[in-house]
Design a protein around this ligand. Structure first.
Ligand code: B4P
Length: 190
């Protein structure tokens, strides 16, 4: 199995790129943000809980996110592998992912990080907020809070995967097509 962690701050383009990579490599794309948004739209208990955190730009509690991720993986065990988009977001989630994959006799193949300056992130997210209807993109202070939480809790994961010789950084600024090519160059060499 090929299991890729697509990493980067909010608005780095993880979801955008995963859409292309999943077809190229025939992988299952799991976006924790998308699964939460689906549940919010359908007003499930999980969605109601997640919304109260997401609207403020905060992370949804770990046990909820990890249980949800486990369930998504369990649905697709016959696949070629996964693109994890938006997961893990802290070391507890990274440990949980290692454990989960180990229980299925596989592991993370690589973490590929999209590197984008903060001001570019803010502009991208506010632009999306003009049309997306996403409350977490609509307001500059919420967008900046998401970036702050990324540096406080998530960015540390770079070391986690670097120490395991699984970290690859990719320039995330440029056209969507150019960035896809940069990512493929990394994946093809794994
Ligand atoms: P996510 O859904 O993961 O969203 P994201 O950080 O906004 O996005 P991404 O990097 O995928 O950006 P995208 O391609 O969309 O998280 C949302 C919330 O869910 C979190 O704040 C948290 O509350 C919760 N959550 C999710 N996972 C969690 C977890 N594991 N634990 C706890 N809570 C969790 O791109 C952004 C914009 O940029 C788009 O408009 C796109 O069109 C544009 N763009 C992309 N590439 C571009 C390029 N090359 N040039 C110009 N614009 C570009």
């Amino acid at each position: 199995m090929k299991n890729l962690v697509l990493f980067g701050p909010p608005g780095a383009g993880k979801g955008t790129q995963a859409t292309f990579l999943k077809d190229t490599y025939n992988l299952i794309h799991i976006s924790t943000g998308d699964v939460f948004r689906y549940n919010i739209k359908n007003k499930t208990d999980l969605g109601i809980l997640a919304k109260s955190f997401m609207d403020k730009g905060e992370l949804v509690p770990d046990h909820v996110t990890i249980d949800m991720l486990n369930a998504e993986v369990a649905k697709n065990l016959d696949s070629n592998g996964f693109i994890f988009d938006g997961f893990p977001r802290n070391t507890l989630q990274a440990d949980a992912l290692d454990e989960l994959l180990k229980s299925h006799e596989t592991e993370v193949s690589a973490m590929i990080a999209l590197e984008v300056d903060d001001e570019v992130l803010v502009q991208r997210l506010l632009k999306r907020g003009e049309t997306s209807g996403r409350p977490d993109d609509a307001n500059e202070s919420v967008v900046r809070n998401r970036i702050k939480i990324y540096y406080k809790q998530t960015a540390i994961l770079k070391n986690y995967y670097f120490d395991a010789s699984k970290y690859y950084g990719v320039n995330g600024v440029g056209s969507v097509e150019d960035i896809t090519e940069r990512l493929k160059a990394v994946i093809n060499n794994l």
